[in-house]
Design a protein around this ligand. Structure first.
Ligand SMILES: CC(C)(COP(=O)(O)OP(=O)(O)OC[C@H]1O[C@@H](n2cnc3c(N)ncnc32)[C@H](O)[C@@H]1OP(=O)(O)O)[C@@H](O)C(=O)NCCC(=O)NCCS
Length: 162
């Protein structure tokens, strides 16, 4: 059994840790996917926790018609397989809620995320040049640079059948 197998999945009611994490890594707890904005404070969240109660990963998702949207997925234990476990839990919850596909959004800098989602079978479904620049004009706190200081301008969307 790997470390990730020992973790417990549960719904997150108190979203303060997730919201704080999003403010630090993204600059807002609102996320834009498929031309809609979702507030992570208002939609479902799931977490992976150690038996001692420490957070290993957090995710936020919602469903609109037959599509589920993954609005955030954060690993607090990089490289231990916890993001894979967290994604599996979101996919199961989305499937149980009747969704037929799951969509995610990445900013242009996010090479680890691009690797992660494609390794998990997601396919690219959209490119929105300068979408983040426009979003930043509404929410100025959105990060300006990301992975390896790459300037953040564009949104990439990926999807997978459930
Ligand atoms: C992307 C992220 C979720 C991966 O979390 P993780 O717990 O390290 O991932 P796992 O250990 O479950 O690894 C799963 C796969 O991700 C990929 N991956 C993870 N970190 C990577 C990195 N730094 N560079 C390239 N690929 C990476 C690998 O392909 C890995 O699978 P493999 O080893 O079989 O190839 C994590 O880096 C993160 O929280 N980033 C910040 C938030 C974010 O960008 N989330 C995605 C958009 S919402």
């Amino acid at each position: 059994m790997s470390n990730a197998d020992a973790l417990i999945v549960r719904a997150v009611e108190d979203k303060s840790e997730l919201l704080q994490l999003m403010l630090v890594v993204w600059g807002s707890h609102k996320m834009m996917i498929d031309l809609h904005t979702y507030d992570v404070a208002e939609i479902d969240a799931l977490g992976l926790f150690t038996p001692a109660g420490q957070t290993a990963a957090l995710a936020s998702w919602t469903r609109r018609d037959e599509t589920a949207y993954l609005c955030a997925l954060h690993s607090l234990r990089p490289g231990e397989g916890v993001a894979v476990r967290m994604l599996a839990a979101v996919k199961a919850a989305a499937r149980a809620a009747g969704a037929k596909k799951l969509k995610a959004m990445l900013t242009n800098d996010n090479m680890p995320g691009l690797t992660f989602y494609q390794r998990q079978g997601f396919r690219l479904s959209g490119l929105y040049p300068e979408a983040i620049d426009h979003y930043r004009s509404v929410i100025p706190a959105i990060i300006k640079t990301g992975y390896r200081d790459i300037p953040v301008h564009d949104a990439l969307e990926l999807e997978i059948e459930l």
